[in-house]
Design a protein around this ligand. Structure first.
Ligand SMILES: C=CC1=C(C)c2cc3[nH]c(cc4nc(cc5[nH]c(cc1n2)c(C)c5CCC(=O)O)C(CCC(=O)O)=C4C)c(C)c3C=C
Ligand SMILES: [Fe+2]
Ligand SMILES: [Fe+2]
Length: 335
């Protein structure tokens, strides 16, 4: 790097990138799942019920029953290398490390479970990172995901005497880089199917409807992503919301009821994409790929394809590299 004459040469600051995802249990067993669910479902950003009312339900009912059922579901998608979400998060970080080389120190962390956000930031700081970009890998902003990931980053810095400088990656639901990565990823997979789907469903994780009424932009972000992806692919898409939890009204239409209804409307061949998930996980592989498929086929469907998420595909790594480089402008020499 050349510097204008008269300016003393200062060492380049070390820049760190922290990729953040939701988290997953350490093992597909009820004990590990209970530990994970207890942390996840105790987050007031996730369950917005006053703790005095929620705690007895969580500890008295949910944590007594759900871990065993969820562990069975995790068992069906667990791999030799671990939980799919953890495996893919590791691969995404590895791929970006290769892309950025010595320019950026790439780490990843989970909001719940391991590796944790606080530990990752402490590692980065002790490694000498004085500037950190925290990148929650949620394309659509939601208080239950983006905000709580950022909260955990801010809380870690709040306890430090010498803080690194910090940036956060904004939501990227309508970023042309994201839409183009989805277009390429979905088009490639549709082209490789041995049938022509009559309908392309795009299923996003659901949220309580009340969060939309309170002003969370998540629902609008999902709708815009879906519209832009449909336009980019040149075909219509149908938006649904999955993973309903509890008794309150959630965003609609629900993925499971749509899957049960489509064959009766004459739609027998479908493909389903889940563009809100940056990595395949329990919610895509088990809820859509196993239970969703069963629901559709039992209702009279004939062909069903679950498309992979962006994961560590070349288009995903290109997208992340370019989006992150843009956020790091001024911090890192562009190549
Ligand atoms: C009130 C409950 C939940 C809200 C709100 C919620 C929002 C939300 N979640 C994701 C992404 C993921 N959720 C995952 C699993 C999962 N989600 C909930 C509940 C809520 N999610 C539970 C209880 C679970 C655990 C599994 C189960 O018991 O059903 C996952 C997968 C994790 C994995 O280990 O693979 C992801 C990813 C988003 C994006 C979101 C709001 C937009
Ligand atoms: Fe969830
Ligand atoms: Fe689920």
């Amino acid at each position: 790097m050349t510097r204008p004459e008269g300016h003393p040469s200062v060492p380049d600051p070390k820049v760190g990138l922290l990729l953040i995802n939701l988290g997953t249990p350490d093992a597909p067993h009820a004990t590990a799942v209970r530990r994970y669910l207890a942390e996840f479902l105790s987050d007031p950003r996730v369950v917005e019920i006053p703790p005095i009312a929620w705690k007895p339900i969580l500890h008295g009912i949910i944590l007594r029953t759900r871990p065993r059922r969820s562990a069975e579901a995790y068992n069906q998608v667990w791999t030799n290398e671990g939980s799919p979400l953890a495996v893919i998060a590791r691969r995404q970080a590895h791929a970006l490390r290769e892309r950025f080389g010595h320019r950026v120190s790439v780490h990843y962390a989970m909001r719940y479970g391991n590796p944790g956000i606080a530990a990752a930031i402490h590692n980065m700081v002790s490694e000498g990172c004085s500037r950190i970009l925290a990148a929650p890998l949620y394309p659509q902003y939601c208080a239950a995901t983006t905000a709580t990931a950022n909260d955990a980053v801010f809380a870690t810095l709040a306890g430090m005497r010498v803080q690194p400088a910090l940036r956060t990656l904004p939501p990227y639901y309508d970023d042309p880089l994201y839409i183009d990565a989805l277009r390429a990823n979905i088009a490639r997979q549709l082209g490789a199917l041995d049938f022509e789907p009559e309908r392309l469903l795009v299923s996003f994780h659901g949220m309580p409807r009340r969060t939309l009424e309170l002003g969370d932009p998540y629902h609008c972000h999902c709708q815009k992503t879906a519209r832009l992806v449909g336009e980019a692919l040149g075909r219509s898409v149908e938006v649904t919301f999955q993973s309903r939890f509890g008794r309150a009204k959630w965003l609609e239409p629900a993925t499971d009821t749509t899957l049960a209804a489509l064959p009766k409307q004459g739609v027998k061949r479908i493909a389903i994409a889940a563009p809100g998930f940056s990595a395949d996980c329990l919610e895509t592989l088990e809820e859509l790929g196993i239970r969703g498929r069963e629901t559709f086929m039992h209702a009279g469907g004939e062909q069903f394809a679950l498309l992979d998420c962006l994961n560590d595909s070349p288009e995903s790594v290109d997208m992340l590299e370019r989006m992150i480089s843009r956020e790091l402008a001024g911090w890192v020499q562009q190549t």
